[in-house]
Each structure stands twice: as C-alpha cells, then as structure tokens.
Design a protein around this ligand. Structure first.
Ligand code: ADP
Ligand code: ZN
Ligand code: MG
Length: 480
C-alpha cells in the first residue's frame, strides 16, 4: 500500500510554564535564567522536613486555562506524587495530579484547510517543573541548577483527534495563542516555557482502531515537530508495509541527525507509583469561584475575531490573521485608537509588518515600537504628509531604531511634496529631458506616463505626491 492509504493520528501533551510571580509551593521567584541555584529555598531544594504550601494563583491560572478551553472544572481535585528518580528532581517525586485533575472534557476549535474542527482536550492538570542539568562539555560531570525546580506548569492533554503534522501545528499555535491571550503563560518556546510531547501513530484509512503510538518527548520548536513527525510517520509506515509491528516506545528527536532515537520501550516503561500527596489538602473549587474567574477573563481570540468582522467590517481572512496572536490583535486595536482606518491598519500589519517580522526572524512579541506609533504612521499617510512608499521606509526605520515616525520623517526630510508650484517644476523638468516619452505617449503608448512619473519620483527621492504628479503630467501632456 502507498503512503496515501494511511492516516496519521496524533495527540499532544503540552506543558506550559505558568507566569505566576512565585513558585508553586514556595515564595521563590519564577524568573527565567539567573545564576544557577539563586532562585531556591529549602522547599524547592527538597530539604528534609520542609512542607509545600500551594500557591493559589496556580489554581486560578489553571482554572482560567480550563475555562478558555471549554473544560469542566472539577469541584474536587487533588495532588498526587509521581515517583521517579532523576538528579534534577531532588525529592525523587514530582507533585502532580493523577486521577482527579482540575479540568476535564474540554475542546478547542481550530481552522484547518477543510474548515473548522474541534480537538478534544482530555484534561488539564497542574504540577511542578523539575530543575535542570547542565552537562560539562569537557566531560567534567554534570551540574544541577534548581532555579526551575518548583516553577508551576500546566499539562494540557489532547484527545487523539489530530490528523497529521499540519493540524498539530495549527493546534499547538492555537493553544499558545489562547494561553497568551489569557495571560497565564509567556509561552516562550526558546526558553522552554512551552513544550510538547508528541504522540504519533498511523492506521489504514477507514480503520476504526487506533494504531500503536510512539511518543516524542519535549519538543519545543514548530519546525522540529514537523520534521520529527514526517520522519516518524515514514518509519512507522515502512515497518507496517514490510509486515512488522510498531513498538510502543518513547523517543527522542535528534534534530542534527534528523532521526528519532529510542529512549525506552513499553517493557521498561516507568512505574510512577502514584499516590495522593499527603502534605497537601484536597482542593475544593466552588461554583462562585469559577464564575468570578469567568467574569474577569480577558476577551478571547474567537470573540475578538467576530468583533473585527461585524464591527470593523474586516474580511474573515484579515480577522483570522490579526487575532492569531494577542500581539497583532493588541497592535491593531491600539493603532485604531490613534487612526480610525481599520482596513488600512489591518493591511499594514498583514503585509508589511508580518513581512518584516518573517524576514528579520523577529517574534511578534518583540515588535520594537508601540501601537500608537503605527497608528500615527498611518495617519500621516491619510493626511498626505507622506506617501505610501515613504511610509514603508519609515516603518523599516521604526523596526531598526524604535524612533517615532514624525522624528524619522523630519530627520530624513521625507515630508511629501504637495506644493503645486514645486510639482509643476519637476514635471516640466522631466518632460524637457524626455521628448521621446512625449511622442510615445502621443502615439498611444500609455506606459510612457508611468515612466515619466517614475522619473519624477526618482528626481524627488520618492517625496512627490503621486496623485498630483499623475494629474499634472496628464495636463501638461495634453497641452503639448
Ligand atoms: P501517557 O500519559 O502514558 O503518555 P495517555 O493515554 O494519557 O498516555 O496518552 C497521551 C497522549 O497520547 C494523548 O494526547 C492521547 O491523545 C495520545 N494518544 C493515545 N493513543 C494514541 C494513538 N494510538 N495514536 C496517537 N496518539 C495517541
Ligand atoms: Zn523555593
Ligand atoms: Mg505521555
């Protein structure tokens, strides 16, 4: 059978570090980085005799995520110990949630190329992060850094509803965007704030039974996931095609070699010996508490999108892109406060700004100017102070220097020439220098007009008002 006869089935377990100020069971800071072992205390270093105290904000943030992903919030939930030994985990167990997670039975909606699709969320629970091992590249051993130990996490487990790497990409981006909108995680993948265990299986199209899955741990880049899934799907299909059986195992993706490497198979799967955490009380969540959080939820992307379409009359295409991250959405709304031209603001974000971000490989959260600056730039075009082509140059400088548009225009002398006398002077100069174009135009070659306007723009370094140039060239040419 060919590759096309197989269907790819995936489920993701996404870990997101919560952006609470302090850790989950002590009051140490959660800040990323810092000198090793400076954000620690006896509790997160697991000294004997210390006791955890649950940070209420962690529960609040997890409930927020649950609400945003349409989950049932459990009235009663608890913490459990997940036992395993690894040097970055000095307690030798992680406090997590096992059979009574905080949130269950949710879904999120994604836009695929075949339309809208719901991806089920099995559960969202909260737990503590482990520390980090730094391996000495000269073979001198490994160092433990416990700054990350006890940083709160939520784990969002999806149903195996995802069909293929492309859908996984859309799903992960949607989860990231929701977590950013509700401000519970900064989702910085490069800092490990968002990482996913990616489960993949294949089955013959039409089969109801799921195939055996493999799991790739701790993926933290969209590109790596695409590459890893493509590799793993081919590997599994090749096994099945040659009459073999896929083994359930945990894999590690080696980006350099471009292959998956087995970490452990089902035989030596970990037995975590979960049991209820005796040092923490049961968690009771009242209906009022959930209602209170619902009332104070920031506006979600779905709702913003609908508002952009109905209130600002934007095409759905625009609204989708603008709400794909809160950074675009906030930029859009902030610019509108200064410049009430929604379609123009949308166009500038969708083409120019996203184009520059892609080219310079900058993330949307690192746009170096304010929404107000963008609004002002667009106002200056609307008022005729600068032309669109100058505005593009101003925007590039805003990216490079973070300076205000007015200041950039002034510094470079880029104010548009809209003075009739000045324009006519340029028009006459260009006509005098290009008699051939005049005869071409007279002979019906309209392209000659474009050429003349181009020359005039060159002469004025792009500053002449293009509408006026067009009008005055026509007037002069018709006089000739
Ligand atoms: P574990 O916690 O041991 O990894 P779970 O049963 O909780 O196992 O499943 C983890 C993830 O694997 C979930 O996201 C689920 O949707 C996904 N999954 C389960 N079975 C399959 C399968 N056959 N193919 C692809 N993904 C699967
Ligand atoms: Zn601590
Ligand atoms: Mg798993």
């Amino acid at each position: 059978m060919a590759k096309e006869d197989y269907e790819v089935v995936m489920g993701l377990e996404i870990h997101a570090e919560l952006s609470t100020k302090t850790k989950i069971f002590c009051s140490c800071p959660t800040d990323f980085g810092g000198e090793p072992n400076t954000h620690c205390c006896p509790v997160c270093m697991a000294m004997p005799g210390t006791l955890p105290v649950l940070n209420e904000k962690v529960v609040e943030y997890a409930v927020k995520a649950g609400i945003a992903m349409n989950c049932d919030i459990a009235e009663n939930s608890k913490n459990d110990r997940k036992n395993y030994f690894y040097p970055d985990l000095p307690k030798s167990y992680q406090i997590s949630q096992f059979d009574m997670p905080l949130c269950k039975n949710g879904y999120i909606e994604i836009e695929t190329k075949d339309g809208k699709k719901k991806i089920g969320i099995t559960r969202i629970h909260f737990e503590e992060d482990a520390g980090k091992l730094n391996h000495d590249e000269y073979g001198g051993g490994s160092f433990v850094d416990l700054n990350r130990a006890g940083v709160p996490l939520i784990e969002i487990v999806s149903e195996p509803d995802i069909r293929g790497a492309e859908e996984a990409d859309i799903y992960l981006k949607k989860v990231k965007s929701i977590l950013e909108y509700i401000e519970v995680s900064d989702c910085k993948m490069q800092e490990g704030s968002l990482r996913a265990d990616v489960n993949v299986s294949v089955r013959k199209k039409g089969d109801n039974k799921l195939g055996t899955r493999t799991e790739m741990k701790n993926m933290n880049s969209f590109r790596a996931i695409q590459n890893a899934v493509a590799y793993e799907v081919k590997r599994q299909i090749d096994i099945l095609e040659s009459g073999g059986k896929v083994e359930q195992e945990t894999l590690r993706w080696d980006e350099l070699q471009g292959e998956t490497i087995s970490m452990r198979d089902k035989e030596d799967a970990q037995d975590y010996r979960y049991f209820p955490e005796p040092d923490l009380a049961l968690i009771h969540i009242s209906k009022e508490y959930v209602e209170e959080i619902k009332r104070n939820m920031p506006e979600l992307p779905e709702s913003r999108k609908n508002r952009y379409i109905s209130y600002y009359n934007l095409p759905e295409y625009d609204a989708n892109i603008l709400t794909s991250t809160k950074y675009f959405s906030n930029l859009f709304e902030g610019a509108l406060e200064v410049c009430n031209n929604p379609k123009a603001v949308s166009n500038w974000i969708m083409s120019d700004i996203i184009g520059i971000l892609n080219e310079k490989e900058i993330n949307a959260d690192k746009i170096p100017f304010t929404a107000k600056d963008l609004g002002e730039l667009i106002c200056l075009i609307d008022k005729g102070t600068i032309s669109t082509s100058i505005a593009k140059k101003v925007l590039l400088e805003m990216f490079d220097t973070s300076e205000k548009p007015n200041k950039i225009i002034e510094k470079n002398g880029w104010v548009q020439i809209s003075d009739e006398g000045a324009i006519i002077e340029v028009v006459n100069k260009i006509l005098a220098a290009n008699p051939q174009s005049i005869s071409d135009y007279k002979a019906g070659k309209d392209r000659a007009l474009g050429f003349l306007i181009g020359q005039a723009m060159k002469e004025t370094k792009g500053k002449a008002n293009p509408g006026m140039l067009n009008k005055m060239f026509l007037e002069e040419l018709n006089k000739q």
